[in-house]
Design a protein around this ligand. Sequence first.
Ligand code: 5GP
Ligand code: MN
Length: 327
Amino acid sequence: MKRESIPLIDFLKEFKGSLLILTHENPDGDALGSAMALYLFLKKKGKDVYVGCKDEVPHFLDFIPHSDEVIKLPDGRFYDAGIIVDASGFYRAGTEVKVAKRIRIDHHVGGDFYSRHDYIDPKAPATASLIYELIKAWDISAMDKEIATCIYAGLATDTGFFKYSNTNEYTFELARELVRYGADPNYVYRMFSERESLSKMKLISKVLDTLTLYEDGLVAGITIFDRFFKETGAKYSDSEGLVNYPRSLEGVEVAFALIEKPDEGVWKVSFRSKVEVDVSKIAERLGGGGHKYASGCKIKASSYEEALDKVLTEIRKQLQLQKIAHR
Ligand code: 5GP
Ligand code: MN
């Protein structure tokens, strides 16, 4: 991806204050990989930099180099600037953040815009690829095995390990560069995919029991009731990626996962699509956002039936708007 210049680089070169890098709640591989890569790079550049997140680093991401340095937010501190990565705005931090200047590095469609120092490109396969471009344009000699591993982890997870539609020539070129700098594809794959817990497997078993088809099989959904976590001992972060089960069914165009979050009084919804349906539109109408093929939101409802009805109503609306019917 060629670009003229990145104004954020000039800003950061001059910047002397304290800098907090943060990401969205319940971080995924791209969120944490991007945050840690930028953090490690800016530390090498002598910056007074910190990295924070509302949630603790989940087990599936604890191999990311230096992830034990992530500060749990809110930490009560005031920072001269904050950079949120892989999120459509500071509201996605899910907690209070005290910073004098707000900056966003991201690849989501739409979202909040703070200043010309934001670095946003919805065509980027992952936020991690934007971090790579930033480092390349600033000082590639600072690239090392740890930073390459963080970026590779972000790129690999957001492309479904080089399978999703954001996988193209650029994605592989970038992966090749990262491997050259020391990222180990098999290691990253094993860290993500071969360290599951028995409780997660038991959670999956309960969740698959809820799998239901709607709209003549065009739509499939799963529900993760809060009691499933209690019954299996699984953690909230174990729900990451389960929405891929309903999506994997033949004929399904839209998949969703409805996750009960009584602590926040909401239902978290994940949407996925395959080829045509733009699920970012569905999530946006429900107050969230994301990408064409992966989006999410949180909805308030007084019962499970009401939450499900809200979700199905917006999915049907999108299928009608895009004139998608069973073939
Ligand atoms: P996931 O379903 O894996 O949580 O998220 C899928 C995509 O939608 C991600 O790119 C994520 O950042 C975005 N997303 C998930 N939940 C929300 C939300 O509540 N608000 C917004 N704006 N985006 C979300
Ligand atoms: Mn991402």
